[in-house]
Design a protein around this ligand. Structure first.
Ligand SMILES: NC(=O)c1ccc[n+]([C@@H]2O[C@H](COP(=O)([O-])OP(=O)(O)OC[C@H]3O[C@@H](n4cnc5c(N)ncnc54)[C@H](O)[C@@H]3O)[C@@H](O)[C@H]2O)c1
Length: 328
């Protein structure tokens, strides 16, 4: 089946990610139908947040189009029926199965059978979610990163019933949106990055909870080691660049000693149960005044534009270096 891409994309849920994805699509020439069925505080602020992201993209040179011009391509509604002319609908609501199921049903009731529906789920298996659809083959994972308008990251995930040929078309279309997408051909919980990142989170908790290092030292070590090369290359390339044999030697002794804890760490459990939500309410692994939280948020946004510029330049350079095995 050839996808009928009419460049009109629906987004359901205008929280942090939904609005960030809307901005990413707008700067890449798509029309967006933005559906906020629950008019919560975060959804109400979505138009302002999207405008702000577009203004930043314009002033940072990521787009040459002015925000007002781009905003002509977005329609806000609370009614699912607004999705009827979309070729693709992205679900972007809470990471909660019952809520996602209810939302899938409402989306499917409003669109024709050939419309593709995706979920931005962080870790729910696509094959499991797929079974909640009348037409399961239309469903894929489309996992974005925050901020979606600067990050080149996008994971397209096939479920057991999603045809790989459609996954490949979505992958090609995502490239047209300025992404460097990955295609997960066989469904696995957590996909690529969350499996890798959560292995790191687990080890980070292990080190802190067992008194080997403080939260701040673990953060410092990650930022100054992995943080200095991960935007340049991936894990396998890094092993090639720094001597594969050394990694081979270390793995034998270190792997058996890494944490394989199966339960949620007490450190995050205690904070979450006391309603801590990081910069969003000032209570996380660190504490924040409202002013500090705002500064962290603004600085992270500025950093994301700078790193986007830096990696775009280096991507052009490395694209010209030949490398045969295991490349696309
Ligand atoms: N935050 C991230 O960095 C990130 C990264 C990748 C993926 N994700 C995933 O993206 C999805 C959304 O996450 P977020 O961070 O934007 O969350 P969020 O809390 O900012 O927004 C959640 C949205 O869900 C909507 N919603 C809640 N109940 C609903 C219902 N019954 N019907 C319709 N809409 C409803 C809310 O109104 C809100 O717009 C989740 O699946 C999350 O795991 C998040």
């Amino acid at each position: 089946m050839k996808l009928k891409n009419n460049h009109t994309i629906g987004i359901v849920g205008l929280g942090l990610m939904g609005s960030s994805i809307a901005a990413a699509l707008l700067i890449n020439g798509q029309k967006v139908i933005a559906v906020a069925p629950i008019v919560s505080k975060i959804d109400k602020s979505a138009p302002d947040r999207i405008r702000h992201s577009l203004e930043e993209c314009y002033s940072e040179g990521i787009t040459t189009k002015r925000p007002d011009e781009l905003l002509e391509n977005i329609t806000y509604t609370s009614d699912y029926i607004g999705l009827k002319n979309c070729w693709l609908v992205m679900e972007c609501v809470f990471e909660n199965l019952a809520i996602k199921q209810e939302v899938f049903k409402k989306i499917e009731a409003c669109v024709s059978d050939e419309v593709i529906i995706t979920s931005n789920t962080s870790a729910m298996p696509i094959s499991m979610l797929q079974n909640h659809f009348r037409v399961p083959e239309r469903f894929f994972g489309m996992h974005w990163a925050e901020p979606s308008y600067t990050s080149p990251f996008l994971e397209i995930v096939c479920g057991e019933k999603s045809p790989i040929t459609i996954g490949e078309q979505l992958h090609a279309i995502a490239k047209e949106w300025g992404k460097e997408p990955t295609l997960v051909r066989k469904d696995i919980r957590g996909f690529i990055t969350n499996r890798i990142m959560y292995a790191m989170y687990r080890e980070a908790f292990h080190l802190v909870e067992n008194g080997y290092a403080t939260v701040a030292d673990v953060d410092r070590a990650c930022k100054n080691d992995g943080g200095h090369w991960m935007a340049f290359c991936g894990l396998f390339r890094y092993m090639d660049l720094t001597g594969l044999k050394a990694y081979h030697a270390v793995m034998k002794d270190l792997f058996p000693e890494l944490s394989n804890q199966k339960t949620v760490p007490k450190l995050i459990d205690d904070i979450a149960k006391a309603d801590g939500n990081g910069i969003f309410n000032g209570k996380g692994f660190y504490e924040y005044t409202p002013e500090e939280a705002k500064k962290w948020e603004e600085t992270f946004e500025k950093f994301s534009f700078d790193i986007h510029r830096l990696t775009s330049n280096y991507n052009k350079t490395v694209a010209n270096i030949s490398s045969k095995k295991f490349t696309e």
